[in-house]
Design a protein around this ligand. Structure first.
Ligand SMILES: NC(=O)c1ccc[n+]([C@@H]2O[C@H](COP(=O)([O-])OP(=O)(O)OC[C@H]3O[C@@H](n4cnc5c(N)ncnc54)[C@H](O)[C@@H]3O)[C@@H](O)[C@H]2O)c1
Length: 299
């Protein structure tokens, strides 16, 4: 079936998780294109900062995406605020937990599940009635490359992102033949606050790294800025894509999932080993490791 182009630039949009990272990037990118943006986040200060950075009109709401009532109230407010059809809803808010399955704190896993999966379900259910009444618009749900492959110490995160993918793909089929569509976004590593804000009780690899060290390692291997990610996502939505891969690493993960559906981690582990030995060979890296021997990249 040919792709149906969509127009979101200049038209009203909703974005959750807009106080930071990809959500802030989307708000800035779309506001610059002339879109009125309804932005929400649990972080009041970050959200204010995003709002201050926008060149155009914004509706801001502090809320918890895990709370269905909060999200429904926001949808009612957006309905009043709209002066043109709602073009897109970006269910983007998300958090991370790093832990082994054995060492997992059930409260952390539940916290993540309620935000990463519950938040997407709540946002979809709250805003879908507006889009179906208009018979146009797009629901854009953020999964991850960890919604394509399972990774060690990311069981709760992977489970939530596989769930977002399954939920959104099922919705996409339900919406066939209507003017409304559903899109899944699979970012690779994006330089945001996700690792700094993650819940990490201890180093699951048993190497005694601090939370800061693990966050720094994550940031060192990210390939894409949040601004670039926002550009790729907006372009993908406008081109009518059903599934948007963000960053070169996302394309590599996607290929691995198809070519080595069982043995993909053997290949990832090999690539990491090569990357680490190359980094260990670089003079700057040798100096860094001498200062902090635990900070070598290991994921
Ligand atoms: N950064 C990456 O490498 C990466 C990769 C794949 C997928 N993602 C996904 O992209 C999305 C955006 O993450 P990011 O990387 O920009 O991280 P980020 O931490 O910079 O931004 C996430 C935002 O979500 C907000 N948030 C968290 N819990 C919330 C709640 N209960 N209610 C409302 N808002 C809440 C945070 O306050 C924050 O502003 C997430 O769904 C994340 O899982 C990120």
């Amino acid at each position: 079936m040919p792709r149906q182009r969509r127009t979101i630039n200049g038209r009203p949009v909703v974005i959750t998780g807009a106080a930071s990272g990809i959500g802030r990037g989307l708000a800035q990118r779309l506001s610059r294109s002339g879109s009125p943006v309804a932005i929400a986040d649990i972080d009041q200060n970050g959200l204010k900062e995003t709002a201050r950075s926008l060149p155009g009109p914004a509706l801001t709401r502090v809320l918890d995406v895990a709370d269905p009532g909060d999200v429904l109230r926001f949808a009612a407010e957006v309905r009043e605020w709209l002066t043109a059809p709602l073009a897109a809803v970006f269910n983007n808010a998300g958090v991370a937990v790093t832990s082994s399955v054995l060492g997992a704190d059930p409260n952390d896993d539940e916290w993540l599940r309620r935000i990463n999966f519950g938040g997407v379900v709540n946002g979809t259910r709250a805003f879908l009635p507006i889009l179906t009444e208009q018979d146009e618009g797009v629901i854009v749900n953020t999964s991850s490359v960890f919604g394509l492959l399972g990774m060690p110490y990311q069981s709760a995160y992977c489970a939530s992102k596989f769930a977002v993918r399954g939920f959104t793909e099922a919705l996409r089929q339900e919406l066939r033949g209507t003017g409304v569509s559903a899109v899944t976004v699979h970012p690779g590593g994006i330089r945001t606050n996700i690792a700094r804000n993650a819940r990490i009780r201890s180093d699951p690899a048993g190497r005694g790294r601090s939370h800061d060290q693990m966050a720094a390692e994550f940031e060192a291997i990210t390939m894409t800025s949040p601004e670039k990610a926002a550009e790729i996502i907006c372009r993908g939505v406008e081109r009518g894509k059903a599934r948007i891969l963000v960053g070169p690493d996302a394309y590599a993960f996607d290929a691995l999932a198809r070519l080595a559906p069982v043995h993909y981690f053997d290949i990832i582990a090999q690539a990491e080993k090569r990357l680490r030995s190359r980094q260990a060979g670089a003079p700057q890296e040798r100096a860094r490791q001498a200062a902090a021997p635990d900070a070598a990249v290991q994921r």
